[in-house]
Design a protein around this ligand. Structure first.
Ligand code: HGY
Ligand code: MN
Ligand code: MN
Length: 406
C-alpha cells in the first residue's frame, strides 16, 4: 500500500463519527491530541527532531535549521471542522511524510534542513479564529486575545492548551521559529471542482480569496409563541431570517460566497419567541472590494430590517483574512517543475496564506477532489490522485532542498 494511503488509513478512525462518517478533531481536544501523538510517532520513526513551538504548532526537522540555515518546510494541519472530511489538513501532513520517504528511497541528500509541520487550530472550529496557530506564530493574533477565546462549553484556549500540556503563557510571535522557514509548500485537497473540470490530478495555487467571519447579534423581546400577536412581536429570528436571505442574494449577485452555518438562539425554546439570535456570517469574494461591498450591504440591510422589526443588531468582525497572492517566483518555479499542472486560486483559507502574508515564500499544491465537497463527510480524494500529489510534492521539495540555504 502506498505510504500516503497507509498513513491516512492509520488515522482513519480517529475522531470519526460512525453515524455520519465525518470527523470532529477540534484543537487540543481528544481526537486531535491522538493525532498529535501520531505525528510525533511518525517523526520519531524517521529520526526527525520533533517538538512543539510555543504556539502549539508541531515541527519535525531533518537537519538543524538553527545551525544550517533556514530550511524547506511542508505540512498542513490535523484539526478539522465539526463533522468534516478525512483529507482537509491530514492529506498535507501525510503527504509531507510520504514525500520525505520518497526522497530518502531515491537517495536524495538535501543541501538544507527539511521540516514537516502540523499547524495548530487551522479551522478555528473550537475557538473561532481561523489559522490560530500560524497567526500566533506570525504575530497577527494577539496572545491575550487568543488566551481568552472560549469554546461553546466555556473552556478558554489557554485552559485547553494547558490541559494538553502546552504552556499558554508563552504564546505569541516566534521569530526563531519563523526564521527556520526558508520556504513553505502546503499540499491540500482542493476544496472545489477546479481540477475536476480541467481533468488534472494536481494543481498549483495562485491566490487565496479574502474572507472573514462576522458575528451578528439580533436582540428582540422574548414572549409567548401562542398568545403574542404577530404585529406585537419584536422577533430577532425574523430579522436574522431576512438577513440570511439578503446575504444569499447579494453574494449571488456578486459571484461571492455568504454562509450562515452557525446559530445560537436564546432561550432556544419551541414555544417562546427568542430574546436573542447570534448568527455567524462567513463571507468571501475574489477581491477585497467585492467582499467589503458584500458585507457592507448585508450589514446595511440587516440594520434596516431590524428597524422595521423593532429589534437591534450588533456586528463584530471575529476573523479577517485579506487576499493572498501566493509569491509568483516560487509559484512559477513550481509551475516549471510540474509542467502542465494548472494554476488556480482558492476560496478556502490556509496557513500558507498566513505565512505568505508574513513574508515567508509559501506555495500550495492542490490534489483533485472528484466532487469538490469539503468540510463534510463526503470529502474524498482518489488514491491515485493522492499518490500523484506526493510525487509532485517530492519533485518540488527535491528542487528546493538541492540549493543550500541562502
Ligand atoms: O475555512 C476555511 O477556508 C479553511 O478550511 N480553514
Ligand atoms: Mn478546512
Ligand atoms: Mn485545510
Amino acid at each position: 500500500m502506498p505510504t500516503v494511503t497507509r498513513l491516512l488509513d492509520d488515522i482513519a478512525e480517529v475522531g470519526r463519527d460512525p453515524g455520519t462518517g465525518g470527523y470532529t478533531r477540534l484543537a487540543y481536544d481528544g481526537p486531535e491530541l491522538v493525532l498529535r501523538e501520531w505525528f510525533v510517532g511518525e517523526a520519531v520513526r524517521r529520526g526527525l527532531d520533533c517538538q512543539a513551538d510555543r504556539n502549539g504548532n508541531l515541527w519535525a526537522w531533518q537537519g538543524d535549521p538553527d545551525a544550517d540555515g533556514p530550511g524547506v518546510v511542508s505540512g498542513s494541519h490535523l484539526d478539522s471542522v465539526v463533522d468534516g472530511g478525512a483529507y482537509d489538513g491530514p492529506l498535507g501532513v501525510t503527504s509531507a511524510f510520504a514525500a520525505l520517504d520518497l526522497l530518502s528511497e531515491r537517495g536524495v541528500r538535501p543541501a538544507r534542513p527539511f521540516g514537516i509541520v502540523a499547524f495548530a487550530d487551522e479551522e478555528g472550529a473550537r475557538f473561532g479564529i481561523a489559522c490560530a496557530g500560524s497567526r500566533l506564530l506570525t504575530g497577527v493574533l494577539a496572545p491575550e486575545r487568543a488566551r481568552t477565546l472560549r469554546d461553546r462549553g466555556g473552556t478558554s484556549m489557554a485552559e485547553a492548551m494547558r490541559a494538553a500540556g502546552h504552556d499558554p503563557s508563552g504564546i505569541g510571535r516566534d521569530d526563531e521559529a519563523l526564521h527556520r522557514i526558508g520556504s513553505y509548500v502546503e499540499l491540500h485537497i482542493e476544496q472545489g471542482r477546479g481540477l475536476v473540470d480541467v481533468g488534472a490530478p494536481v494543481g498549483v495555487g495562485t491566490a487565496i480569496w479574502p474572507h472573514g467571519r462576522w458575528r451578528l447579534t439580533f436582540t428582540g423581546a422574548a414572549d409567548h409563541a401562542g398568545t403574542t400577536r404577530m404585529e406585537d412581536r419584536r422577533d430577532p429570528m425574523l430579522t436574522y431570517a431576512m438577513t440570511a436571505l439578503a446575504a444569499n442574494k447579494q453574494a449571488r449577485l456578486r459571484g461571492a460566497r455568504a454562509t450562515f452555518g452557525r446559530l445560537e438562539v436564546t432561550p432556544n425554546g419551541t414555544n417562546a419567541i427568542p430574546s436573542q439570535v447570534k448568527a455567524w456570517l462567513d463571507a468571501r469574494a475574489a477581491d477585497q472590494a467585492t467582499l467589503d461591498a458584500l458585507v457592507a450591504d448585508v450589514h446595511r440591510q440587516a440594520g434596516e430590517r431590524a428597524g422595521r422589526d423593532g429589534t437591534t443588531l450588533a456586528v463584530e468582525a471575529e476573523s479577517l483574512s485579506p487576499l493572498v497572492e501566493l509569491p509568483a517566483d516560487l509559484r512559477d518555479r513550481i509551475g516549471r517543475l510540474l509542467g502542465d499542472a494548472p494554476q488556480l486560486p482558492t476560496g478556502a483559507g490556509h496557513d500558507a496564506g498566513i505565512l505568505a502574508t508574513a513574508g515567508v515564500p509559501a506555495a500550495m499544491l492542490f490534489v483533485r477532489n472528484p466532487t469538490g465537497v469539503s468540510h463534510a463527510p463526503a470529502e474524498h480524494a482518489d488514491d491515485a490522485d493522492c499518490i500523484a500529489g506526493v510525487g509532485a510534492l517530492a519533485r518540488v521539495l527535491a528542487d528546493l532542498l538541492a540549493s543550500p540555504a541562502p
